[in-house]
Unconditional design. Structure first.
Length: 567
């Protein structure tokens, strides 16, 4: 039997209580219906009831954030049933759909990208999808006439991992099971991507998938170090993959905190293992030390440029404060683009890769892992052969400028497509061709999001002191128990000093004093201060001071996170 508009045929018991998140979800949508394949030339949104009970949708609505349309009163969707929502003029155009309804106003779907919200009668978001045309892939679907379909209804996340173009010859499957449906149990626990502090009394942590309500009620699940009491946890809409913590005491400006998270679970009750990250307030300084550490400007067919940023300073920097731009032949800065329109930080010693196509980048290269790739769309247009790339602060201060050219690649690189230029010394001059080198073949021609493959390979033999990792945990469990400090000098005879400071700038250890070094070697730090005093969790700055009797003195500031995991 077919039900349309406000008429419901049949008898069923339906719940009208406040809806549970993800009880009813957006399962398919047609954003760009032309050229039509075999379906009506109209936009539509398909809903599915994921529960075992009928649900009364009276007072529910669909919104694009600009227009909100109320669903008809007394509209009931049965258990595991489909509801097709479309403009009223097309309501009779879908004979294969059993249940069709039209909202009071139609929320127009943008062709390129948009976020669509399903709200219950209390105007709480039940489900949301933030789609992009690139989810349709290449070929005919990207040109219009095909719908976006969810792949796994058991894992209803807003992600290109779970959405793709319909494979139906008609261009979509409105009111019917999706043509690409592949239901599979979710057995993967959630992962912590990153954290930031929007203000002094709140911390937000972002996961890779939605989190279940019941698992954010125990204060022992989330711990800050240095310790700060947490008063409240709150899951944030629209995608419910972020948790906001309300603190009893304010965070200190330019102080970094370790955040330990354990025991959070996803919608399938998969519980995450212990995870650690850094958090804190972004600096108010408008001249932070954020540099360009790697760039790939000659993208292969179907690929995307990328720019890797590195925080070489000692404070957190807000990505929304940073701009990427180019300088034209006339000397004017053009096309300044925010690195991120959303609140997020880049922390000392951390890398972040900006690209127009994160999915392609993660398939093409080994990346630095969770949270290191940011889809910044669009990047400034980067010429393949040569150009000037600029990093600015939103207040106009130029933080770095690189006059790159394809000639900076190794002389044996005849075609630089897909090959990144890597900075050899983060502390070295950005405009010196001798401080740049083609990424190695063994690294896959790029190292987006982690230490460069050519960190020590400079044809002129510059001196470099670097950390093997930017995080270690000296808790005697056999994993990252000591920090490895690597050095590489162009010749023997360099003298090296390494002094360690805490995040407040106080000296805690003179690790190396006037060490006469060979060309390559390493030193170690076990997380101890003077007198072998055990130091606590936090951010520490290693200052390496090195010189040769016949040359100039150089310094490098190397931030590292020391994490002591509590049993």
């Amino acid at each position: 039997m077919k039900r349309m508009g406000m008429v419901v045929v049949g008898i069923m018991l339906a719940f009208s209580a406040p809806a549970q998140r993800f009880s009813v979800v957006i399962n398919e949508l047609m954003a760009d219906p032309e050229p039509a394949q075999q379906l009506p030339s109209c936009e539509y949104i398909e809903l599915v009831n994921r529960t075992d009970s009928a649900i009364d949708l009276s007072g529910w609505s669909i919104s694009n954030g600009r227009t909100r349309g109320l669903l008809p009163d007394s509209l009931v969707i049965g258990a595991h049933a489909y509801l097709l929502v479309c403009p009223a003029v097309y309501r009779d155009s879908f004979p294969a759909a059993e249940l069709v309804a039209s909202p009071s106003r139609w929320p127009v779907l943008n062709n390129e990208s948009d976020t669509i919200y399903l709200l219950d009668w209390e105007e709480k978001i039940v489900h949301a999808i933030g789609y992009q045309r690139k989810w349709l892939g290449t070929g005919n679907p990207s040109g219009g006439g095909w719908s976006y379909e969810m792949i796994n209804l058991l894992h209803p996340i807003s992600s290109p991992r779970n959405w793709a173009a319909s494979r139906s010859a008609s261009g979509g499957s409105p009111g019917q099971p999706n043509s690409i449906a592949a239901p599979a149990a979710d057995e993967t626990p959630p992962l912590l991507l990153y954290s930031f502090a929007p203000d002094s009394l709140h911390v937000i942590l972002v996961m890779d998938e939605p989190i279940a309500d019941i698992n954010v009620t125990n204060n022992r699940n989330i711990v800050l170090d240095p310790p700060l009491p947490i008063l409240q946890h709150e899951l944030l809409p629209p995608f419910y993959n972020s948790v906001r913590l309300k603190l009893a005491q304010p965070l200190l400006q330019d102080r970094l905190y370790q955040l330990a998270v354990i025991g959070l679970a996803d919608l399938a009750d998969n519980t995450m293992a212990a995870a650690n990250t850094v958090t804190g307030l972004a600096t108010l300084d408008s001249t932070p030390q954020v540099i360009i550490n790697e760039l790939m400007t000659a993208e292969p067919a179907g690929g995307s440029d990328y720019i890797e940023l590195y925080n070489a300073g000692v404070v957190a920097v807000s990505l929304s404060d940073l701009r990427l731009a180019t300088r034209n032949a006339g000397g004017m800065i053009t096309s300044p683009r925010p690195v991120s329109r959303e609140a997020r930080n880049i922390y000392p010693g951390h890398y972040l890769v900006c690209t127009n196509d994160a999915g392609w980048l993660e398939q093409q290269y080994i990346t630095g892992g969770l949270g290191t790739v940011l889809e910044s769309s669009p990047l400034p247009s980067l010429a393949a052969e040569e150009g000037r790339l600029v990093v600015l602060h939103r207040k106009g201060n130029i933080l770095e400028e690189i006059p790159y050219t394809a000639d900076w690649h190794h002389k044996l690189v005849r075609d630089p497509k897909g090959i990144a230029l890597e900075r050899l010394d983060p502390n070295g001059p950005p405009d010196d061709s001798r401080n740049w080198h083609s990424a190695s073949a063994s690294s896959g021609w790029g190292t987006p999001g982690y230490r460069n493959s050519q960190q020590y390979l400079n044809e002129e033999g510059s001196a470099v002191v670097q950390l093997e990792k930017d995080l270690f945990s000296p808790d005697r469990d056999g994993v990252d128990d000591r920090l490895v400090i690597l050095y590489a000098f162009p010749e023997a005879g360099y003298v090296l000093n390494i002094t360690i400071y805490n995040s407040s700038g106080a000296e805690v250890r003179k690790l190396v004093a006037n060490a006469l070094c060979g060309r390559k070697g390493q030193f170690h730090w076990e997380g101890l201060g003077e007198g072998n005093r055990e130091l606590g969790t936090g951010i520490y700055i290693l200052v390496a001071d090195y010189y040769h009797p016949n040359g100039k003195r150089k310094k490098a500031k190397l931030p590292v996170s020391l994490v002591r995991r509590k049993n």
